[in-house]
Design a protein around this ligand. Structure first.
Ligand code: 4AD
Ligand code: MG
Length: 470
């Protein structure tokens, strides 16, 4: 018998034919002579209802199955009764593949997101996580399609890194030995233990793929990375992960304006693609009881997709924030020129003031990375952050300093050791061109589109300061 996915059955309206479906039972409801099995196979948001009756040889065993059990069911697909007739199956053969028992953690109907975080290995079997992870898949596909269609090349930047590429000191250390090999850890038989020491070198997990991306943009023209990045910042918030995925395009001969436009187009494309490929999933997520966005989030996203993104400078943003009446909103952190924009400020700007994603440019150089191009004012850099309602920053980017002299001067001012970045400086030594790029936090973009309120719920296995159990 042909095995069909539930997605295909519903999408192609397949009826009046026999088929086999395989999946996990969501629920079993028994009446006197019948049992109604609700089955999900992961292929889509749709469940299939299967009716089995007592003539089934193993009826008693089937009727006693608990949710979470895996089955293969063969039967006839028919249009069911009801106001909106849905496809259902009249089960003829039920093969029990994997049973479950009362200890199965996902028994209860309403399982909180907190509880499910402790069940990271099982939570994909809920409607909520099925929906989120399918959206995640589509947004990853959208990313590749968007950049590839524009002629960008996909670059795999390294994960093991020898430098602090953001200069922010937020790297996880793989090995600390930078000079004294004699102090390296040894194995039992006295040999150097390279599993705990990267061949005598100091190494880290990459905080970004940007610097390597810049190297490749200087030959391929336009590239993008899409990979895991790691940050050791001890931020236990709903929008920080220790391991998150980042998409980083880098474009030779581009300036900040071009990259701001690229970022806007990319966000809009992600929204369109998700709406086109996963609207059932999004609809389901926005209508959850504990959803953190309103039921109209789809309309909000469509509006964003069709609107121009507002652009302000950091200085203008600060003027807006400084004018906010403390009786309306009292900020915890200062809003004076030179202070960093905190999440509360970012959210106020996007959520309350503009009610739209907003691009903030030209930040003071003091709290931005060493590689950003200095503006003629000598105080600000050609940086941009894109802030969205509900989250704050989802993109950080900049035009890069392409003058060797200015870059070296900035690194000296910041007290950076230039030696490990000799190769990066070479890019400015040989055939240097203006170039720019940005990084989109994939999970933050997912939070924005799915409306999920906690970043831990949009990545399969979240790594946070206190969680790396599985
Ligand atoms: O602003 P960031 O630090 O910029 C860079 O890493 C640059 N190298 C990007 C570039 O120009 N190529 O990080 C970029 C984005 C942020 O806007 C945010 O969305 C996300 O990465 N991000 C995090 N997401 C989850 N957890 C964290 N701890 C994050 N840190 C940054
Ligand atoms: Mg940033």
């Amino acid at each position: 018998m042909t095995r069909l996915s539930i997605k295909k059955i519903i999408a192609e309206d397949i009826i009046d034919t026999d088929a086999t479906v395989k999946g996990w039972i969501r629920s079993v409801r028994n009446s006197k002579k019948f049992s109604f099995i609700v089955l999900n196979d992961g292929s889509s948001q749709n469940n299939l209802q299967i009716i089995v009756d007592e003539v089934l040889p193993n009826y008693a065993e089937v009727a006693a199955l608990l949710s979470g059990s895996a089955v293969s069911i063969t039967g006839r697909l028919v249009k069911g009764g009801g106001k909106i007739p849905q496809i259902e199956m009249q089960g003829k053969v039920v093969e029990i593949i994997g049973k479950t028992d009362e200890s199965y953690p996902l028994q209860k109907k309403a399982t909180s997101l907190e509880f499910l975080r402790e069940q990271a290995h099982l939570r994909i079997r809920t409607n909520t996580f099925g929906a989120i992870m399918r959206v995640r898949h589509h947004m990853a596909m959208a990313t590749h399609k968007f950049f590839s269609d524009k002629g960008f090349f996909y670059l795999n930047s390294p994960i093991i890194s020898g430098v602090d590429a953001e200069g922010a000191g937020e790297m996880f250390t793989i090995s600390t030995l930078s000079s004294d090999i004699t102090k390296a850890p040894k194995t039992k038989d006295g040999k150097l233990d390279f599993s705990r020491d990267y061949f005598g070198k100091e190494t880290f997990l990459a905080v970004t793929g940007q610097l390597e991306g810049e190297c490749y943009a200087m030959g391929l023209g336009s590239i993008y990375t899409f990979g895991p990045t790691f940050r050791s910042e001890n931020s236990n918030t709903t929008r920080h992960l220790s391991e998150f995925w980042m998409i980083e395009p880098e474009v030779a001969f581009a300036d900040l304006d071009e990259i701001a436009e690229l970022a806007t187009d990319y966000i809009k494309y992600l929204i369109s693609y998700a709406l086109e490929h996963a609207s059932n999933e999004l609809e389901f997520l926005y209508n959850r009881e504990d959803a953190t966005v309103d039921k109209n989030h789809m309309e909000t996203l469509k509006h964003v997709r069709d609107s121009k993104f507002i652009r302000v400078t950091y200085t203008e943003a600060l003027e807006i924030l400084a004018k906010v009446d403390p009786a309306v909103k009292k900020f915890e952190y200062p809003t004076t020129w030179g202070s960093e924009l905190q999440t509360e400020h970012e959210r106020y700007l996007a959520e309350v003031h503009f009610k739209m994603p907003v691009i903030v440019t030209d930040y003071p150089k003091e709290f931005k990375a060493f590689y950003m191009k200095l503006n003629p004012d000598g105080k600000t850099v050609r940086a941009m952050d894109i802030l969205v309602p509900g989250i704050g920053e989802i993109i950080g980017g900049s035009q890069r300093e392409d003058s060797l002299e200015k870059l070296e001067k900035r690194m000296d001012e910041m007290g950076m050791d230039k030696e490990p970045l000799w190769w990066y400086l070479d890019l400015r030594r040989y055939g240097s061109v203006p170039h720019a790029g940005f990084g989109l936090g994939f999970e933050r973009a997912l939070m924005y589109v799915t409306g999920m309120g906690n970043i831990r719920d949009v990545i399969p296995f979240p790594r946070t300061p206190k969680n790396c159990d599985f």
